[in-house]
Design a protein around this ligand. Structure first.
Ligand code: PLP
Length: 412
């Protein structure tokens, strides 16, 4: 290791020392010696969660038995209010329900039906495939609805008065590109369409201000930057003034005004609660609720600042090294980037696998993308440095060609 390199790492240690979020890492349980850069896929385990899960199982369920519902019934909205603070929404505008794709089917259907006479859902060709599948499923269910997909740059031009809803994911899962939410929402409104945003890759890591941007409806996932655990429930946002004007297309007793009356006629609970359908999975919901306490006392601005500092450092260290065959696939200006950096490499799969053997966890997306997520709550600047050093070693040694790293696993 040259003196230069040593001083670079010392500089990163100093950045961590001066980092106002430095101690937040202690709110997580991370395995020793692992650089975890896949928090955009599955967030790390918050320290408080195992205890909460055990308490819910042994105390609330084990001892409280069916009486637990007194406490559990309002959890979807209580947890929703915690998420609301992270996405610029108010109390009573977010509910934790279902999982993302299912919540999206409900929210998108509600949006299209709120614009009768309009038969187009406009979305981007680069959207997350599950969102595209969901949109085409909604179109078939409603009948006579068309999903129009265009390249991201073509969206403003493709917006016209036939569009009921513009459906976009705020941060592109492949490249980490951050869409301009206020501008695109305004463009949708200018033709009378509703703006539906998927916040999966932004909630908890990127500044989202639903209220300021005038977002109509949104969904997002609980297990990425919100750290709710594998298969954590999703959340749905409906702007308050829109709540009386949109209808949950999948009514169920949990969204009933008075579920324990067992009335044969459905009467919506109204508000955001009306989007609940059925009994929530309390264990998963409790884990997410507890995980969100890791955000206590933090502003989303401070979180974003840390995130930018990490992604900028990663890119700068790579630019200094100019590693053969690696290209930046994410936007260079931080203002156009989420909390993720993607790199292209022809042997990207082997690169990610070789890094994994060196205890640096990223992930691979076809055809050639190596993705690195920088969860600002627990990734340190020294982790960024160490990841780059390992990446350099993998590239220089051409380890990625090793046949050990060529076999595709079922989950990448
Ligand atoms: C992660 C992600 C999802 C996840 O969908 P599930 O239904 O929770 O499996 C959906 N949309 C986007 C944009 C995502 O990034």
């Amino acid at each position: 290791v040259t003196a230069d390199r040593r001083s670079e790492r010392v500089r990163c240690e100093r950045l961590d020392r001066d980092d106002p979020l430095a101690t937040v890492r202690e709110r997580f349980l991370l395995p020793e010696g692992v650089v975890y850069l896949a928090g955009n896929s599955l967030g790390a385990l918050p320290r408080a969660v195992p205890g909460r899960l055990a308490a819910v199982a042994t105390e609330e369920w084990g001892k409280g038995l069916v009486g637990g519902w007194e406490r559990w019934m309002s959890l979807p909205e209580e947890t929703g209010d915690k998420i609301a603070r992270l996405i610029g929404a108010g109390d009573g505008e977010v509910v934790v329900i279902d999982s993302t794709t299912i919540a999206l089917v409900k929210i998108l259907t509600a949006a299209v039906r709120a614009r009768p006479g309009r038969r187009v859902v406009l979305t981007s060709t680069t959207n997350f495939p599950s969102d595209l599948y969901a949109a085409s499923g909604v179109a078939r269910l409603l009948g006579d609805v068309e999903v129009r997909t265009v390249e991201p740059l073509g969206i403003p031009e493709a917006l016209d008065e036939s569009v009921a809803a513009l459906l976009l994911t705020h941060v592109d899962f492949r490249t980490g590109e951050l869409f301009d939410m206020p501008v695109l929402t305004k463009a949708a409104h200018s033709v009378g369409a509703l703006a539906v945003w998927d916040l999966c890759h932004s909630a908890g890591a990127v500044i989202v201000d639903c209220e300021a941007a005038g977002v109509d409806l949104a969904v997002g996932c609980g297990y990425k930057y919100l750290n709710g655990g594998p298969g954590a429930p999703a959340f749905a946002y409906v702007r308050r003034d829109l709540q009386p004007l949109v209808e949950n297309p999948m009514p169920g007793w949990l969204g009933h005004a008075s579920p324990f009356d067992f009335d044969v006629v459905f009467r919506t609970a109204g508000g955001i609660r009306g989007f609940a359908t059925s009994t929530p999975a309390i264990l998963g919901l409790s884990a997410l609720d507890s995980a969100l306490d890791a955000f206590d006392g933090l502003t989303i601005e401070a979180i974003r600042q840390k995130s930018v500092s990490l992604t900028e450092l990663f890119i700068a260290l790579l630019e200094e090294r100019q590693l053969a065959g690696l290209q930046l696939a994410s936007p260079r200006p931080s203002s156009q980037r989420g909390s993720q950096v993607s790199l292209r490499h022809a042997e990207g799969y082997g690169v990610i696998e070789a890094l994994l053997a060196r205890r640096v966890v990223g992930d691979f997306r076809p055809p050639d993308l190596c993705r690195f997520g920088f969860s600002p709550l627990y990734v340190r600047h020294v982790d960024v440095y160490d990841a780059v050093e390992q990446l350099e070693a993998v590239i220089e040694s051409k380890e990625y060609l090793d046949e050990r790293f060529g076999r595709r696993r079922k989950v990448t």
